[in-house]
Unconditional design. Structure first.
Length: 201
């Protein structure tokens, strides 16, 4: 791809480093920005800078947050006795879109995967056990993608939590085995949460 401007080339290369953005899409974005008023680009740049500088991890559930506690954990209308365990932040967003869940979350930050060198110590498992140990949690919902790694992670978590007096459930298998939770449609995912089943049955 030949550029008449070094500045455009550098901007295209920067955009092309983003996921799912190729050089052609990056060029379209850059050309779109060039056509806008300078204030538009400045506002976009400022929003990105503020996000990068000020975004943090919720100290309780490890979701993304603007403050020490995320909006979900600080919402008094949410049920703190119910925790939905997910792999990542996008899973939280997917479940929230269903409007079927009103408890809190715990973001593991991935799943156990020996092939990729990811063990339990690299995930937010100890903090989950710590939350349960406080004694207010009555149910843990394992909303982890139905894959080999996901099932391994659920099995490990169930073992870590077996000595506590709480219900452990998994989302109903409306989500196909091998599928990624974040790509499930809202209706299927919502029904999976509502129709959750006790783990091990």
């Amino acid at each position: 791809m030949n550029f008449s401007s070094k500045l455009i080339e550098e901007a295209v290369n920067a955009f092309a480093t983003l996921p799912s953005i190729g050089k052609k899409t990056a060029l379209r974005l850059v050309l779109h920005l060039i056509k806008q008023e300078p204030g538009f680009t400045e506002n976009l740049s400022e929003a990105l800078l503020q996000m990068r500088r000020n975004i943090r991890e919720c100290r309780l559930c490890h979701n993304i947050s603007d403050a020490e506690l995320c909006a979900i954990c600080s919402d008094r209308r949410r049920d703190p006795s119910l925790i939905c365990v997910v792999e990542g932040i996008r899973d939280v967003m997917a479940i929230e879109e269903t409007g079927q869940y009103h408890g809190q979350y715990h973001v593991l930050g991935g799943v156990i995967s020996p092939i990729e060198g990811i063990g339990p110590d690299q995930l937010q498992i100890d903090s989950l056990v710590g939350r349960v140990a406080e004694g207010t949690v009555k149910e843990i919902i394992m909303a982890i993608s139905p894959t080999i790694e996901g099932d391994t992670t659920i099995f490990y978590l169930a073992g870590r939590l077996k000595d506590f007096q709480l219900r452990i459930s998994t989302i109903a298998r409306g989500v196909s085995f091998g599928g990624e939770l974040e790509y499930a449609d809202e209706l299927t995912l919502g029904r999976s949460i509502v129709s959750r089943v006790p783990y091990g049955e």
